[in-house]
Design a protein around this ligand. Structure first.
Ligand code: ADP
Length: 227
């Protein structure tokens, strides 16, 4: 079964705006997948629905075969999510934010501690763990959200514009890190971006979305061959 399957997904916001016009999408297990499109295309809406942050108007979404309408609690275990906005308590300590995540997923502390250490070290946050999250730079906050999303070893990692506003050097190191978890841990990754360069450098498959419709769904190689 695919890591993510979307059928006929439609979203009409309260003001009557049709943000998604019945999209279909499949992302295979182990894939590194880009949802590429300009601002306002419907990328965040799509991911928001998958994570149950946004309510859909119609359509069906399954995560590793689990219909999110039937059993979101189970689907949630497969999902790690990094939204665009910082959504942690800035006044909490970095390590507390990470450990709390383990708590939500019922991870025992003896498992959570080494996992947190590994992630904080890999993401360049180990030295900051005792400090408040408020003290972190923007790039570090982004990495804190990545570490938190990976704590419970999700099979599918969803990143909404992970490198927006991040300088080029840090962007490259984040790219290397994402490639590594895709390759070494077999984590399926879906990211949204409006940089073709990012999709091209990282991803195997790509869907291009515009005005709430998928206008192209192909391999990155196939797309580049057309240009
Ligand atoms: P993207 O992530 O591709 O930039 P979004 O999914 O955030 O696009 O938004 C798609 C469209 O839906 C945009 O035109 C946006 O203005 C509109 N939109 C997003 N949220 C709302 C909302 N709460 N109410 C009305 N329109 C919205």
């Amino acid at each position: 079964e695919p890591a993510l399957s979307i059928r006929g997904l439609t979203k009409i916001y309260g003001n009557g705006f049709h943000a998604l016009k019945g999209i279909d999408l499949d992302v295979a297990q182990g894939d590194f997948f880009a949802l590429l499109g300009p601002n306002g295309a419907g990328k965040s809406t799509t991911l928001g629905i998958v994570c149950s942050l946004v309510q859909k108007t119609a359509g069906k979404v399954s995560v590793f075969g689990v219909d999110i309408d039937k059993d979101f609690a189970r689907a949630k275990y497969h999902l790690g999510v990094v939204p665009q906005e910082f959504n942690f308590n800035q006044f909490e300590k970095v390590e507390d934010i990470i450990h709390a995540q383990a708590g939500y997923y019922g991870m025992p502390m003896r498992e959570a501690k080494p996992r947190a250490e590994r992630l904080l070290k890999d993401l360049g946050l180990w030295d900051k763990r005792k400090g408040s999250a408020r003290m972190l730079s923007g790039g570090m906050k982004r990495r804190l959200m990545i570490a938190r999303a990976l704590m419970h070893r999700p099979k599918l990692l969803i990143l909404d514009e992970p490198t927006a506003g991040v300088d080029i050097e840090l962007r490259r190191s984040m790219w290397d890190y994402m490639r590594r978890i895709n390759r070494e841990e077999g984590t399926t990754i879906i990211l949204t971006t409006h940089y073709l360069e990012e999709a091209e450098s990282l991803c195997r498959n790509i869907a291009i979305i515009n005005h709430g419709e998928i206008v192209q769904n192909t391999s990155v190689r196939g797309l580049l061959a057309q240009l």
